[in-house]
Design a protein around this ligand. Structure first.
Ligand SMILES: NC(=O)c1ccc[n+]([C@@H]2O[C@H](COP(=O)([O-])OP(=O)(O)OC[C@H]3O[C@@H](n4cnc5c(N)ncnc54)[C@H](OP(=O)(O)O)[C@@H]3O)[C@@H](O)[C@H]2O)c1
Length: 279
């Protein structure tokens, strides 16, 4: 493992494994076996959410893997409809019960909710940390303005922002803000939910390097000090996606991949949850 394998948090003494394992399949549920396969392949960071309905399977897979709980960085999230203080606390309790764990490593607000004030949500998030139910806290799908507000209103430091990011989506502005605030950026849909796989530039770079397109896309993220949480249900691809620490993309390759951004590149876009734009 290289020094890119973990990203340190600036606001506390924690760190997050750079390549994590998603747990939100596009259709159907997830089998505990898939999680156990990921852990056996070397992943030590697992991403779930109350909303995905996969927490039970994630917990079961963690236990079946034999990897000790303290070696796994586990993230879950509280859905946008549960951002009032009482609902928030109940959702965290339900997550811990479903996962059968005493704490999560990272607890995120899953999406902002324009109908619920952040002045209510952020203290509820901080409280979960102070109660020891979450080691670290952060937000997902917040734009620059909301992130600033969340930081100001949260009595405990945020360590991470999770948002969509892959070569087809320009996240220059959000990434610059996340860096300025010294948070870790966690890229979801890092493979563009499969849309990258016919890309001629990625294909050419992958062929030249004897790598898969997924590995090239993930390496492009981690060379920006961005964490990534790809999902796969296939054991070969699960292992392939984790095997990105033994090669380096050149500046020219990085620039060619960055140039692939498209105006219609976003793949996750539930309407009405983000007001005031994505940046
Ligand atoms: N915070 C949020 O709002 C949010 C939103 C969306 C997602 N997420 C998180 O981010 C995770 C990842 O996003 P995602 O699952 O939507 O998309 P993704 O990881 O970009 O893409 C997953 C898709 O790519 C395929 N795939 C994976 N590795 C591959 C490889 N090496 N070669 C070819 N195909 C490959 C998978 O199919 P196979 O299974 O057949 O391999 C799957 O269909 C989610 O699971 C979830 O944990 C968070």
């Amino acid at each position: 493992m290289t020094d890119l394998a973990r990203l340190r948090f600036a606001h506390d003494d924690g760190a997050i494994p750079t390549v994590g394992f998603g747990s939100s399949p596009l259709t159907g549920g997830i089998l505990p076996d898939v999680i156990a396969t990921g852990l056996k392949a070397g992943y030590r960071h697992i991403d779930t959410a109350r909303k995905y309905g996969t927490e039970e399977a994630v917990g079961e897979g963690m236990r079946a893997s034999g990897v000790p709980r303290q070696d796994i960085f586990l993230t879950t999230k509280v859905s946008h409809e549960n951002l009032r203080a009482d609902d928030f606390a109940r959702s965290v309790d339900e997550s811990l019960a479903a996962l059968k764990v005493d704490y999560v490593d990272l607890l995120l607000v899953h999406w902002p909710n324009p109908d619920i004030a952040l002045s209510e949500t952020m203290p509820a998030l901080a409280k979960a940390k102070r109660q020891g139910l979450a080691r670290h806290i952060g937000v997902a799908n917040f734009n620059i303005a909301l992130l600033g507000e969340a930081i100001k209103l949260c009595p405990e430091p945020l360590v991470a922002l999770q948002a969509e990011y892959h070569p087809y989506l320009d996240q220059t502005k959000l990434l610059a803000e996340v860096r300025k605030q010294q948070l870790v950026f966690i890229a979801y849909c890092p493979l563009g939910r499969g849309r990258l796989f016919d890309d001629p530039v990625l294909k050419e770079i992958a062929q030249a390097r004897g790598r898969s397109i997924a590995q090239i896309a993930l390496r492009w993220l981690i060379q920006q000090d961005v964490a990534a949480i790809p999902f796969s249900s296939n054991p070969q691809r699960i292992a392939d996606n984790f095997n990105v620490f033994d090669f380096t993309l050149s500046d020219d390759e990085m620039a060619r991949i960055t140039a692939l951004k498209r105006a219609d590149g976003r793949v996750a876009n539930p309407s009405g949850r983000v007001t005031g734009g994505w940046d």
